[in-house]
Design a protein. Sequence first.
Length: 257
Amino acid sequence: MERHVYDRMAEIDRDHWWFVGRRKILTALIERWRPRKGPLRILEIGCGTGSNIAMLQQFGTVDAVEPDDHARAFATKRTGVAVKGGYLPNVLLEDGHYDLIVLLDVLEHIPDDKGALLALKSKLAPGGRLMLTVPAMPSLWSGHDVAHHHQRRYTAGTLEAVVRAGGFHTLRRTAFNTLLLPAIVGVRWLNRILGREGGDEDRIPPKPVNTLLTWLFGSERHVVVRGLFPAGVSIALVAEPIGSGIGTDQGGRGPTR
């Protein structure tokens, strides 16, 4: 991404409704779909400015990778984690080490998404799992995607296809950022008409609005863990390597999509 995008993320990612609400959803997903009880060995690929690391550390020790030098230095200073550099699929990491690997709005940046997943498969410990979030609905493509150097937005079908081609079996897939979908669609179409695509999406709205949007978006976690949303601005997916056996969530509720 462009330097100014990382700088803007560092300014807003503690308080902006999208970042705060997404961390609530991610926390719920990990709690429900963690590969085992007890402290986990976690790897975050593409940690950006490090806003998710503290959330992930609730579940165990965290290693992180970030290709951008500026963002990597900021994340290291911010979190105390010695963030590694490198680009997928060529990042040098220990094989068979991690219980959970997360790519949180990262896969859409990688030209060879299949190759990236194939490379990460060998880094998982026996019983380990992969968790992804990606932007959904190609029809929502906008200047925001261009500014963030997205290669694509996914559908459920295209994400499932690349995950399977990368050697993984899906345990849970769900849309999210669903309750605000009508408003987001309306804003993006209006921006297209007015020729100002993506101009306001990285601004924190007035505090009462930000508080309301944080609550509304974060409340989706109660539905997302059950995979009940059919459509949304984003998709979350939890998977395990093919051949490792069909897993269950920690509540013993069995495999489901």
